[in-house]
Design a protein around this ligand. Structure first.
Ligand code: TXA
Ligand code: MG
Length: 337
């Protein structure tokens, strides 16, 4: 192997990676693609750089960040006494959309963990992300959006929302998964789901040979706030049968209405409604969800009605994100006409 082939993977521009890594090594902030969503990356060992990430996002300082590693072998540099369960899950799902919360190694910055004794770790499954981390070292990377808003799944989303606030945006095209990683805590004896994601509790339970506690909670973390992932247009989550009547009632009051739903429901809508038809396979739905919310948000409507996804385990991650998006308006008190 020559030097060039060790640096680059297919679709990765080695010079661009080196430029981005140089920015990160000097304390800069670089947005980069992962398989889930775009991340706002900074050197996980540089406190000033980590603080800049919080400032750009407008994120409260006590909300912890995920440290992104290039390989499972790096785990012991960041976690103290990682349990066997962590190694088995890493072997099964890394690189991939699973974040493990473990006891932190002594050197891990309070700025990264929000002052907690734990640290969240994952190895992203994206050639650009992996090349960047190999070149620059472990990176903190929250989703590259302002606090509480919809996560970006394209470089254009990042540019539109954060633009000049970041030093560089690496464009890796649309993210193939489209929703954030599953967050699983291995701090107590019972593996506990803190945030649903593409890796399902059933997949985790199958590797560990025991069930996952789905209740989560109790941990300060942004993804676990009731209101999150929200567009700026008020959003209502409704059962399928209620969508057409609600759309009609709002239209009659002179409001501009958008509906995001499955084909069957969007066919039953009154004229004058902006329709956004979502796929009926969960992976396809996840890949398109945030781009759809952004487009509907930009469509100039007064309200977005969203058809609730099926109430099955398979759809857990979608139920979670849509419930949080709607909760933002329950709390802010959108005046339901
Ligand atoms: O898919 C993802 O995870 C994306 C991409 C960029 O990797 N990143 C992401 O980061 O979603 P962020 O900061 O938006 O969400 C981090 C989540 C928090 O919601 C929280 O639940 C969890 O990670 N987390 C981080 N550190 C933790 C800790 N020490 N204890 C418990 N949860 C933690
Ligand atoms: Mg986020």
């Amino acid at each position: 192997m020559n030097a060039q082939t060790t640096a680059a993977a297919p679709g990765v521009d080695a010079r661009q990676i080196e430029q981005a890594a140089a920015i990160l090594r000097s304390g800069g902030v670089v947005a980069f693609p992962t398989e889930t969503v775009y991340g706002l990356g900074a050197d996980a060992r540089n406190e000033a750089a980590v603080r800049r990430v919080f400032a750009i996002k407008g994120r409260p300082a006590d909300h912890p960040l995920i440290v992104h590693l290039a390989a499972a072998e790096w785990l012991d540099d960041w976690a103290r006494a990682a349990p066997d369960a962590a190694r088995r899950l890493a072997r099964a799902f890394w690189p991939g959309p699973l974040t493990l919360v473990l006891e932190r190694a002594a050197h891990v910055l309070d700025a990264v963990t929000g002052g907690q004794d734990s640290v969240a770790l994952r190895v992203p499954d994206h050639p650009l992300a992996l090349a960047l981390i190999r070149a620059a070292g472990p990176l903190v990377a929250p989703s590259a959006n302002r606090f509480g808003r919809v996560s970006p799944t394209t470089a254009e989303h990042v540019r539109a929302e954060l633009g000049d606030a970041v030093d560089l945006i690496l464009d890796g095209g649309p993210c193939p998964v489209g929703v954030e990683s599953t967050v699983l805590s291995l701090i107590s004896d019972t593996p506990t789901l803190l945030r649903p994601g593409a890796v399902t509790p059933a997949q985790i339970a199958a590797i560990l040979g025991r069930p996952v506690d789905l209740r989560g909670g109790g941990v300060r973390a942004p993804g676990t706030l009731a209101a999150h992932y929200a567009p700026t247009t008020p959003l209502e989550l409704l059962p399928p049968s209620a969508v057409p009547a609600r759309a009609t009632a709002l239209l009659e009051q002179g409001l501009r209405v958008a509906v995001m739903g499955f084909a069957e429901t969007t066919r039953r809508l009154p004229a004058g409604v902006q329709r956004w038809v979502m796929p009926d396979q969960v992976q396809d739905f996840a890949r398109q969800l945030y781009a759809a919310l952004r487009e509907l948000d930009a469509a100039g409507c007064d309200v977005i009605l969203v058809e609730a996804p099926p109430a099955t385990a398979e759809w857990l991650v979608i139920q979670d994100r849509l419930r949080r998006a709607a909760a933002a308006f329950d709390r802010a008190g959108w005046d339901r006409p």
